[in-house]
Design a protein around this ligand. Structure first.
Ligand code: FCB
Length: 470
């Protein structure tokens, strides 16, 4: 089938055919899902006892978010949840990954649960289960209660203990029905973007603090795994979601190879190794020591951090080709002009996902992997209005198909990948980029809050059905 769309910003030729539904390598029991996160969709930021998170504070700081957008209303999912679950049911996917807002569940990040906040997630879980959709709950997708940031945030060890208490509150309430738990989403972003680069909340620029944050996020994860396992009856599946860099050296020169080693160390192994191997990579610790930066490990921490996991979540969007920087110890990312890009200017490189999954299967064997996020922002064309409105997002559809095919290739090469969650169920607040960047497979008209499934959503539905042999 061939359809006409306006030239998309990937610069690829149009019209282009819809991708084939048959994706070699994906088994009949592969899990097909979509994902969202609380601050990006819920809105209702000061309702039913919720207190501010670092993202409320950050997004209301003038000039830090495109268009000065914020999540006050977002997709108004807090008020439209039942309709959104009906939408999910219409797509017929197996699973839905959502996150809980910590300051909605435990305002201020300490003390007893806010029952009204928990009630919302309780209803969400019931709605999902009633429609045959498996809930996958992420405990932390970046919205730290502001009070905990005021007390020092993730660079402070105590924040890990606060997180463990919060995890227990949630698991105690939802654990009779939620079987799939993700402790943290992308601790790289929480630590490095939040405390070093400063482009994410809380917007600090302090590398030492960021490295402390990395360790305390790991500790928070390990403590939370223990609490979840004691609060939730078996069988329970507990994991964590990382976004490890897939790094390639720009050349075979010793300097570029060392740059790739360092980029891989700080972008992948500093997360994967403590959690899956119970140790920080010695070369990374040495690189940090040369910068006079220490990892604040205390006795017994690594045993807590390396809890056995039921699965590893991987988020993948792009890969990195790196070269040595101008000064010793610096690396630089080398753009690849032959690769098409998304509206984020992120280079499209599905083979990077195959390579990443193959490498994880080889270097960290024994833990099943789920792709907990993959997707793309494009400037969608909207054809027609009303219920019949169509969004023919061929670029996003092809992106998803190419990455699902990349997962299939990794499986054929031996990687144990068991599912795929498209980011995102619907257009939403894309952090520092605000609402202009649309990742949804469902379009959101923010003026009316009308949802319209895009062609990518219908293609994903059909691909999932084709693989289940329905
Ligand atoms: C990931 C985030 C997710 C979304 C996508 C585009 O890093 O986990 O919330 O912003 O990027």
């Amino acid at each position: 089938m061939s359809i006409d769309v306006r030239p998309a910003d990937s610069g690829r030729p149009v019209p282009r055919p819809l991708p084939d539904l048959a994706l070699p390598g994906l088994p009949a029991d592969f899990v097909w899902g979509t994902a969202t996160s609380a601050y990006q969709i819920e809105g209702a930021v000061d309702i039913d006892g919720r207190t501010p998170s670092i993202w409320d504070t950050f997004s209301h700081t003038p000039g830090v978010i495109d268009n000065d957008d914020h999540g006050d209303v977002a997709c108004d999912h807090y008020h439209r949840m039942p309709q959104d679950v009906r939408l999910l049911a219409d797509l017929g996917l197996d699973a839905y990954r959502f996150s809980l807002s910590w300051p909605r569940v435990q305002p201020g990040g300490r003390g007893p649960a806010n029952e009204k906040g928990l009630d919302f997630y309780d209803r969400l879980v019931d709605e999902l289960l009633a429609k045959g959709i498996t809930p996958w709950a992420t405990l932390y997708h970046w919205d730290l209660p502001q009070e905990l940031e005021d007390a020092g945030g993730w660079p402070e060890r105590d924040t890990a203990h606060r997180f463990a208490d919060y995890a227990e509150l949630v698991a105690g309430r939802l654990g009779d029905r939620v079987r799939h738990w993700i402790t943290l989403n992308e601790p790289f972003c929480s630590a490095i973007l939040g405390y070093h680069i400063g482009c994410h909340a809380p917007g600090r620029k302090d590398f030492r603090a960021a490295v402390r944050a990395v360790h305390h996020l790991h500790l928070a994860h390990g403590l939370a795994v223990q609490r979840i396992r004691s609060a939730v009856p078996t069988p329970v599946q507990v994991g964590i979601t990382f976004n490890p860099s897939q790094v390639y050296a720009a050349s075979d020169s010793a300097a570029d190879l060392d740059a790739a080693r360092r980029a891989d160390g700080m972008g992948a192994r500093i997360y994967l190794d403590p959690v899956l191997r119970g140790q920080y990579p010695p070369d990374v610790v040495e690189d940090l020591a040369q910068l006079d930066v220490g990892v604040p490990v205390e006795a017994g921490d690594l045993d807590v951090i390396a809890q056995p996991l039921d699965f590893l979540g991987i988020n993948y969007y792009l890969s990195d080709v790196v070269a040595a920087g101008d000064e010793p110890g610096l690396t630089t990312r080398v753009p690849q002009p032959d690769r098409p890009v998304t509206a984020m200017s992120w280079e499209i490189h599905p083979q990077g996902l195959t390579d990443l999954l193959t490498r994880i299967g080889r270097d960290y064997p024994g833990t099943p992997v789920y792709i907990t996020e993959n997707g793309a922002a494009f400037d969608d064309s909207v054809y027609g209005t009303g219920a019949g409105g169509r969004i023919e997002d061929i670029d996003r559809t092809v992106y998803l198909a190419e990455h699902l095919a990349a997962v299939g290739r990794a499986r054929e090469a031996g990687a144990d990948v068991r599912g795929f969650f498209a980011w995102s169920l619907m257009d939403n607040f894309e952090w520092a980029y605000g609402y202009d960047k649309r990742f949804g497979i469902v379009h959101v008209d923010y003026a009316t809050q009308r949802r319209t499934p895009k062609q990518s959503a219908l293609w994903l539905r059909d691909a999932a059905n084709a693989h289940r042999g329905r």
